[in-house]
Design a protein around this ligand. Sequence first.
Ligand code: ADP
Ligand code: MG
Length: 225
Amino acid sequence: METFLYHLLEQELAGKRQRRIERLTRQSHLPEGKTLSTFDQKRLPLRVRRMLPQLCRGELIDRAENILIFGLPGTGKTHLAAALGHEWIAANRSVLFVPTYKLVSRLLRAKRDYELEHELRRLDRFHVVILDDIGYVQQSREEMEVLFTFLAERYERRSVVITSNLVFSEWNQIFKDPLTTAAAIDRVVHHSLIVEFGSDITSYRAEEATRRNREKGEPDEVTGQ
Ligand code: ADP
Ligand code: MG
């Protein structure tokens, strides 16, 4: 009887956990299928590959640390960020995945309606916000200001993950004036892990296309072989 009750309880708890993960996944807007199991880890810098199990556990989130992922287009920045997001949800943390331009327009709208504070508080409920493609912001002064406010607001309290194909020296394209750029970089870098997909890592999209063409017996688009 006791073991029966024990199993019942265990099932109940497992069900509860499953439903929580499903709810967190729905709310996260993470791209489906971009998980660690579909991610080729050999493409990660060795240092990061070694750290991966530790990163997935999510303790860095409890310490409000950030992850900054840099690399050329197609090197796997978004996939890696999303894969970590899925892992963190499994580790019971709440995650929001959002293209930067979308977040910015959402914040702008809120500001115009005098609801910026409210919107920031709503975003605060997420342990991690993954800002995908910070380089693609349309940069009016107002847009850059709300983005800066968002980052400053989370600083040392909540984690952000940022993907970008702009290296720091190009971030003045995002934040316009040098002081704001320096202040933004300062805040996101302070407690952060930087992952760089080096220039030796070619675009995964391009590689895939080459492989498909080879399989079809067609010449490589780039090399013609
Ligand atoms: P980025 O954000 O750097 O432009 P993505 O993450 O969008 O690149 O990757 C481009 C495509 O290649 C996506 O379909 C992604 O799933 C795939 N991809 C990239 N890196 C890997 C990898 N290491 N393993 C498996 N698929 C990958
Ligand atoms: Mg991307």
